[in-house]
Design a protein around this ligand. Structure first.
Ligand SMILES: Cc1cc2nc3c(=O)[nH]c(=O)nc-3n(C[C@H](O)[C@H](O)[C@H](O)COP(=O)(O)OP(=O)(O)OC[C@H]3O[C@@H](n4cnc5c(N)ncnc54)[C@H](O)[C@@H]3O)c2cc1C
Length: 672
């Protein structure tokens, strides 16, 4: 990508506006949740959460960019995206950018390796979504894998997903392979209220509170929570604040939570699908990468409240070295990694965590801890990496030749798994599994070189300390083949285990920090992207504070990288706040109905009475068997008034709701 070799003074006819914009400054990370959006003299443009073509403007180069260098520590998607934004929006010559990566391959958590003989391995699959605005911005410019230029990864992705909608016909299983009803969320009124309370709660009131502290035990046994925890990998002891942020971020997807119709998936594994094309583009531009290089610490100079990285201390195959960093050079550091210290196993090998597996010894954590020792602006890494049992789970990748397992897979899939189209359509969970095991088979082939008769299949479980129902051992103590046995038991295939085992190769990945980003946290535990006073350092990745975004997504890592680049370079362009689906009344009404098990919610009768037959009729949600012409049918309003009357007369739930509303009102009025 050719960068114009220009500075602002080269545009005399725009100079006045360029100078005005410069002195006015642009808030790089506006927070749409803190103020009422309106138009007026006091509002800057564009609105905080504007998305779409208008925000795709190309900013002008900042002064002296050709003479600045960037060091990017970690080549996961956050690091790779930082390089992308430096080149595209910062106009930095690619040759000025250097990655320092501890491994011998880029991609970090985005992996995909192996072959049909030894077995393929992916530590995870990627459930994705159309409003990954920053992620899709990157991949709308990266040349496609299989289509010729000018087509992009996004173009290719759209062809596959638009033609082949994702859905699941067997989201939940029980009793050795029987499909369990997953049509509704199974939430009682009281449990719905618990969710509403969480949505209404202020973020700052949820420090260090866990999911199980917030919700009742009954809630934790609902379909809703089973969908939720298995799809996003939440544990009961994780942060309820993260759960809240997910609800806001993905509210527009609530009605696809059960059958996974809200999701999109890549054609191949995430390494071939995203890392390979992005890295080829970056290399084509001229970036440098130093593999096998562990960064141990950053030396900083402080001037008053300011802090500037002056040197990077690292260790490589040739020993220790110190890289000097100029005052105007930039450093991007990936603090922490969810896949650090992954232990691997196979058919006959149990994965072994590092012998001295004191929490947080890996290089990503160590670097973050060293920074945190220098100043509290870098947060408290131990809150995330300090509880290995709380943040571990395991996945197993199966490389399968035809066997009874493939026959069962066909039965549970929405298309023939060998057809290239969606197979299971996301994970399928065994609800009565002591490990809480799930499996998925994405579109095949999952690897570009995969033979036609091979299917790649992925299994994971959440509960690591419970003995299995068949193998009677906790999952981390099992070989890959023992995991296959446990799965066959839950699929009703235990009598055919020998046949399945002979046709299946396994590769195991035990990840001690896979959900570290969900551990309970409080204000100040994570650094801001550009911590206060830092002049040339940005923290990127999953363990970084942003206004409203969630963690454990590709999108959030890319967002942090973009914020870092714009902030450090002083680019006059905003990174929009999260997708504003939560403010869309249609989505809100739909989500409310979904959470109410698809039945009309309280007040829907009144809404129908007001809006039925008007232009806005279409915002009203329909029940599963309802037709639009039934919307203005009389009856629901009267029924709901009667239901309300009954509730007022003798229902505890409403009393509680009333007390709670009273409490909120008192709080608002400043009363204790
Ligand atoms: C099993 C699994 C399933 C997932 N599922 C989904 C999903 O369904 N949908 C979704 O959107 N997202 C999903 N994710 C999350 C997403 O993949 C991650 O959030 C994202 O890839 C993290 O990227 P990152 O660049 O922030 O960090 P990482 O990918 O962890 O990269 C960190 C990099 O830094 C390097 N590094 C660390 N310390 C040092 C050091 N001191 N010196 C030099 N190099 C260092 C590491 O080697 C690594 O390359 C999943 C992740 C996993 C692991």
């Amino acid at each position: 990508m050719a960068s114009p070799d220009t500075s602002r003074k080269d545009f005399p006819k725009l100079k006045a506006h360029i100078d005005a914009l410069k002195s006015q400054g642009v808030s790089v990370t506006p927070d749409a949740s803190t103020r009422h959006l309106h138009n007026g003299m006091d509002t800057s443009l564009p609105p905080a959460d504007l998305h779409g073509a208008y925000v795709n403007n190309r900013p002008l180069p900042t002064e002296g960019i050709a003479n600045r260098r960037a060091w990017i520590i970690g080549s996961g998607i956050a690091g790779l995206s930082a390089a992308f934004f430096l080149i595209r929006d910062g106009h930095m010559p690619a040759g000025n950018i250097t990655f320092l990566e501890e491994r011998d391959i880029e991609g970090g958590s985005l992996d995909g390796a192996g072959n049909a003989e030894d077995g393929y391995i992916v530590r995870g699959g990627r459930e994705m979504e159309m409003t990954y605005q920053n992620f899709w911005d990157v991949f709308s410019e990266i040349p496609a894998l299989e289509l010729p230029r000018p087509f992009t990864v996004l173009d290719e992705y759209r062809i596959v997903n638009d033609a082949d909608k994702n859905w699941s016909k067997a989201r939940l299983l029980e009793k050795q392979g029987q499909i369990k009803d997953f049509a509704t969320m199974g939430l009682s009124k009281r449990q719905q209220l618990e969710l509403v309370k969480l949505l209404l709660a202020r973020k700052e009131d949820l420090d260090d509170i866990t999911v199980e502290e917030w919700f009742s035990e009954g809630f934790l046994n609902t379909n809703f929570y089973t969908f939720w925890r298995t799809m996003f990998a939440f544990q009961n002891w994780h942060s309820v604040l993260e759960m809240k942020l997910y609800m806001h971020r993905f509210l527009h997807l609530m009605d696809g939570l059960n059958d996974m119709t809200s999701l999109v998936f890549p054609k191949y594994n995430q390494y071939d699908g995203f890392v390979r094309p992005l890295m080829s583009w970056l290399k084509e531009q001229g970036v440098n990468i130093q593999y096998d290089t562990i960064v141990e610490n950053l030396e900083m100079k402080t001037f008053g409240d300011n802090r500037t990285v002056a040197a990077i201390q690292c260790r490589g195959s040739e020993g220790d070295k110190t890289l000097n960093v100029g005052e105007r050079d930039l450093v991007f550091v990936t603090t922490g990694s969810m896949t650090e210290d992954t232990a691997y196993g196979d058919d006959n090998t149990v994965p072994q965590l590092k012998e001295n597996h004191e929490a947080g010894l890996g290089s990503g954590w160590q670097l973050w801890k060293n920074l945190a020792q220098q100043s509290e602006i870098f947060g408290r890494p131990e809150k995330f990496c300090g509880n290995i049992p709380g943040s571990t789970w395991e996945s197993v990748t199966l490389t399968c030749k035809p066997s009874p397992l493939m026959d069962k897979l066909k039965e549970l899939s929405v298309n023939d798994p060998y057809s290239g189209f969606t197979a299971t359509g996301g994970i399928i969970t065994f609800t009565d599994s002591a490990w809480l095991m799930s499996f998925t088979c994405n579109r095949q082939p999952h690897f570009p070189d995969q033979p036609d008769d091979v299917v790649v299949f992925w299994v994971y479980a959440l509960l690591m300390d419970k003995p299995g129902d068949y193998v009677k051992k906790p999952m981390p103590e099992c070989t890959g083949q023992e995991v296959v046995a446990e799965m066959c038991y839950h699929l009703g295939l235990i009598d055919q285990l020998d046949e399945v085992a002979a046709a299946t190769k396994t590769r195991v990945a035990l990840m001690p920090y896979i959900t570290a980003q969900f551990m309970p946290r409080a204000k100040g535990d994570r650094p801001w992207v550009v911590p206060e006073g830092c002049t040339n350092l940005a923290c990127i990745g999953q363990f970084v504070e942003t206004h409203n975004d969630v963690v454990f997504t590709l999108e959030s890592s890319v967002r942090t990288a973009r914020i870092g680049v714009y902030s450090l370079l002083g680019i006059n362009k905003q990174v929009p706040d999260i997708y504003p689906g939560q403010y869309d009344i249609r989505r809100l009404l739909r989500a409310t109905r979904t959470l109410n098990n698809d039945a009309a919610f309280l007040g829907e009768g009144l809404l129908r009475r007001i809006l039925g037959g008007t232009y806005f009729e279409h915002i009203l949600p329909l029940g599963p068997d309802e037709k639009p012409e039934e919307l203005s049918r009389p009856g629901l309003f009267e029924q709901q008034v009667q239901a309300l009357r009954d509730l007022v007369e003798d229902n505890r739930t409403l009393e509680e709701a009333r007390d709670w509303v009273k409490g909120v009102l008192s709080k608002l009025r400043g009363r204790p």
